[in-house]
Ligand binder design. Structure first.
Ligand code: NAD
Ligand code: TDX
Length: 333
């Protein structure tokens, strides 16, 4: 089997490539990645000999056509992914997430190649803080940010190409991922690397917002489950029942890292900040037999802290630039 992994130098894509190389020696992998600021080629160092790598954008029809021709499947992780960035400049999100997905769809249609499109639970908007309800495959789309609206658009495009042109595609919407190789702009790595750099963690507002955390390996196992057994044209929600407020996650990180519980700064809140995400993944579990294996979020956070401690060379070069951009944005607000 020959798969094209777009966005394979990013957080989830690189973990997917590494895991696939380790567990499925029969799978040939071509990574297509534009190597934006969010990519880190070092994430692929240990598997580089085992894969083909093409630098290029999913929004470039010529490159995409060449890479997709002859593949059996495309797994589309490529996207602009940070909500905060989408608030200051939405255009790369429109270009990659919407136009890029359309270019990919055209290519898989032309070459009759299977597509699995990676999406997010943010397409559903948010849920009230103190309510039992969770997102399901039937929840209406109600995205809040330019990022989540662009991901919602991409999902609609995939469904349109399935229905109108019989493209063989599946979609998954996953909750918040954590684990190794995540960019330091994101919540958990930002706080861990702040502490490791002698800076205080930064909590948006009161920290009451809830995210539903899943280990990146559980997400990627679910993606393979859908590639293996998913029904064409269908959507599956991926989540591991890991709901926690940002304040609670930060408390755990401070404790694990031996810092006092109040050793953080409260900074101005994100505009339009979604309150709560929560995934009901019973369809994926019932119909395809997937189960998460990293059920213990505290243990997963401890391992993640340990990974950033041991891999300073991976994150340190980009850290100052990310913090400078956050500081600029804070003063602009
Ligand atoms: P990331 O920002 O860490 O990595 C994105 C990768 O895509 C980078 O390597 C970047 O260079 C590449 N890329 C960006 N624009 C490109 C383009 N035009 N052409 C080719 N490559 C391009 O993102 P991530 O956190 O690994 O997310 C991967 C996917 O999973 C995204 O589609 C995202 O929406 C989705 N997702 C993420 C989460 C999460 O918690 N991180 C949760 C649910 C869904
Ligand atoms: O410094 C911070 N302080 C803080 O309190 C940062 C960076 C974030 N936060 C809060 C905002 C969110 O409530 O933490 C929560 C998580 O923030 P992010 O890591 O930016 O993730 P989120 O906005 O929830 O989106 C993530 O999950 C869904 C990914 O970035 C998306 O790509 C994915 O689709």
């Amino acid at each position: 089997m020959h798969i094209v992994v777009t966005g394979g130098a990013g957080f989830i894509g690189a973990n997917f490539v590494r895991r696939t190389v380790a567990t499925r020696p029969d799978v040939r992998i071509t990574v297509l990645d534009a190597l934006t600021y969010a990519a880190n080629e070092a994430s692929l160092d240990e598997v580089r000999e085992r894969i083909d790598f093409v630098k290029g954008s999913i929004a470039d029809p010529a490159v995409v056509d060449e890479v997709v021709a002859g593949a059996d499947a495309v797994v589309n992780f490529a996207a602009d992914t940070h909500n905060d960035n989408s608030l200051s400049d939405p255009w790369p999100f429109v270009d990659t997430n919407i136009r890029g997905t359309a270019v990919l769809l055209d290519a898989v249609r032309r070459h009759d190649v299977r597509l699995h499109h990676i999406s997010t639970d943010e397409v559903f908007g948010d849920l009230p803080l103190d309510a039992p309800e969770r997102f399901t495959e039937d929840t209406p789309y109600r995205p809040s940010s330019p990022y989540s609206a662009s991901k919602a658009s991409s999902d609609h495009l995939v469904r349109a190409w399935v229905r109108s042109f019989d493209v063989r595609a599946t979609i998954s919407n996953c909750s918040n991922n954590y684990g190794p190789y995540q960019h330091v702009e994101k919540f958990i790595p930002r706080q861990i690397t702040n502490i490791l750099s002698g800076e205080r963690p930064k909590l948006y507002g009161a920290g009451a917002n809830v995210r539903d955390w899943i280990h990146v390996d559980d997400h990627n196992d679910a993606v393979w489950t859908i590639l293996d057994r998913g029904e064409i044209g269908e959507t599956y929600l991926i989540g591991a029942d890991g709901e926690r407020s940002n304040r609670e996650v930060l408390r755990t990180l401070l404790e694990v890292m031996g810092r006092p519980a109040d050793d953080f700064d409260v900074v101005p809140d994100r505009a339009g900040h979604d309150l709560r995400y929560a995934i009901d993944s019973s369809r994926l579990r019932r119909e395809l037999g997937w189960q998460p294996t990293h059920a213990d979020l505290d243990a997963g956070l401890r391992d993640t802290v340990e990974w950033y401690r041991r891999n300073r060379a991976w994150w340190e070069p980009g850290k100052a630039g990310v913090e400078a951009a956050y500081a600029r944005r804070e003063t602009a607000r």
